[in-house]
Write a protein that binds this ligand. Structure first.
Ligand code: HEC
Length: 458
């Protein structure tokens, strides 16, 4: 590991990625679907010279720009900041493999921003044909952004041929690419309609206009729900074996999968019975309920998509604790502390006595005073485990997980985490380092809860 550690108490730093990403994704899909909505609907309103609808669309375009360009761009940059410090090795790897993809994405991003501003600020000053054309340029470049980013993020879940054939296209056209483009395009359609309903129920005053909007946006939303289901099935089929196993083994994920199916089906029927068959039903309350369901479904979907990736951040390439999978055997021989630029420097600075020919001597580590061994155990914990577990308390706190365990049990988990749970990365240090980490864990472990003693001594 060639980066310093970002310690975030209680939450753990990768959870910050999850939070900012969900906040971003809820708008990023609207940025794509809403662009299509604006292009298609302004074209329709011009064709039938529907002045009221055009006026509404202009108002929607302002809302759209505020939400997608301002909020979307800020959270998008926020993702880069967060992944850069919380998950530097994986970020570095994705940048190196996909330089060309990021460059293309940047071009489309600039096109998006420029066309969105022209579309809104030159409203009424361009002839209808050019105006609609700008709308389509926006929609096309926004969808291309979706395709490019999906290729790269899908790679993280199943890197496919890449570890054997290390080329851009082998990585980009990974098995998860097509299913995820389907699901995300569907998500863009569906979410855009939900945003439109939310906006229109408050802003479109004329009931006839509201009914028109409700009816016209129902079809893309229904199509979106179908694409999500199709893409979801493809996503499942293209999962690596360990991800399928994780989905089946983890009880939280079982529940979430049922939840997402239930919510998607509910949204589908609500759409069909509401806006599609009975546009007049669409009230602000209905729109808010719809929108909430959409947010729940998308958030849950993203959570599941991410959760099954363990023990990897990038499948077969970077492990969940920022270690290259191929480096594990070497680290087991030479030591985790020796293998990391920052851990090595830290040890050399604080405990020069453990160095032997400028290398950390594992045997010397166990000759240190007990308190120093615990301290080194904490360093190992932060680098090796803190990506997924808080320490004493917080998200999946390890001190809670090992409540009341015997020292042998703790030591076994430390030496073979991947055998305790296949979704934990393997131990990547020497047996002596495992001893240090065990000492630290036993120091912070909570006692067994009261009442959990069955005639034994505490
Ligand atoms: C890539 C993520 C990840 C990393 C890194 C990781 N774990 Fe885990 N670990 C998990 C998950 C997920 C679980 C299951 C949690 C649950 O059931 O709540 C788990 C469970 C555990 C448990 C409970 C095991 C049981 O049988 O109930 C212990 C103890 C544990 N981890 C210790 C560690 C230690 C020590 C390290 C570092 C050497 C570590 N983990 C690194 C993901 C990880």
């Amino acid at each position: 590991m060639h980066y310093p550690w970002w310690y975030v108490p209680f939450l753990t730093s990768p959870m910050l990625i999850a939070i900012i990403s969900v906040l971003h994704v809820l708008v990023a899909h609207y940025a794509v679907g809403g662009g299509l909505f604006l292009a298609v609907e302004t074209q329709y309103a011009y064709r039938y010279n529907h002045r009221e609808y055009l006026a509404y669309l202009k108002e929607h375009a302002w809302f759209f720009i505020l939400i997608t360009v301002v909020y979307g761009a800020i959270t998008g940059v926020g993702i880069w900041w967060t992944i850069g410090v919380a998950s530097p090795l994986a970020t570095q790897t994705l940048i190196h493999i996909f330089v060309f993809g990021w460059a293309m994405e940047y071009v489309f991003f600039v096109l998006e921003i420029v066309s969105a501003f022209i579309f809104y600020y030159f409203w009424g000053r361009l002839d209808p044909k050019t105006h609609v054309r700008i709308g389509w340029i926006y929609a096309g470049s926004a969808w291309m952004s979706l395709v490019l980013i999906t290729g790269i993020t899908a790679f993280m879940l199943n890197s496919g041929q890449w570890p054997e054939e290390r080329t851009f296209w082998a990585g980009f056209l990974n098995p998860q690419f097509v299913p995820q483009v389907f699901a995300r395009t569907g998500g863009a359609f569906l979410l855009a309609s939900l945003y439109v309903y939310l906006h229109a129920t408050f802003k479109a005053k004329d009931p006839a206009l509201r009914d028109l909007i409700a009816a016209r946006s129902a079809r893309p939303a229904l199509l979106g729900a179908l694409l999500i289901i199709l893409g979801g099935i493809g996503w499942y089929l293209a999962l690596p074996e360990s991800a399928k196993a994780a989905l089946i083994a983890a009880s939280t994920l079982n529940i979430l999968v049922v939840l997402i199916f239930a919510v998607t089906i509910a949204v589908f029927f609500m759409l069909y019975l509401g806006p599609y068959r009975n546009p007049g039903w669409l009230s602000p309350g209905f729109a808010i309920l719809f929108f909430t369901f959409g947010l729940v479904a998308i958030t849950t979907g993203e959570y599941i998509r991410e959760a099954v990736r363990k023990p990897y951040i990038i499948y077969n390439v970077v492990l969940g604790n920022q270690v290259y999978a191929e480096k594990v055997p070497e680290l087991r021989r030479t030591g985790y502390l020796e293998g990391g630029t920052w851990t090595k420097a830290w040890v050399a600075h604080h405990y020069p006595q453990v160095l032997n020919n400028d290398r950390i001597d594992p045997a010397q580590l166990l000759a240190l005073p007990e308190e120093d061994q615990v301290k080194l155990g904490e360093v190992l914990f932060l680098y090796h485990c803190n990506d997924c577990h808080a320490g004493r308390r917080g998200f999946s706190a390890v001190a809670q997980l090992i409540r009341g365990w015997t020292p042998d049990m703790v030591r076994t988990v430390v030496e073979h985490p991947e055998k305790a749970h296949f979704f934990m990365p393997p131990w990547a240090g020497t047996p002596e380092e495992a001893e240090l980490l065990t000492k630290y864990l036993l120091r912070i472990a909570h006692p067994r809860p009261a009442g959990m003693y069955f005639g034994e001594e505490k």
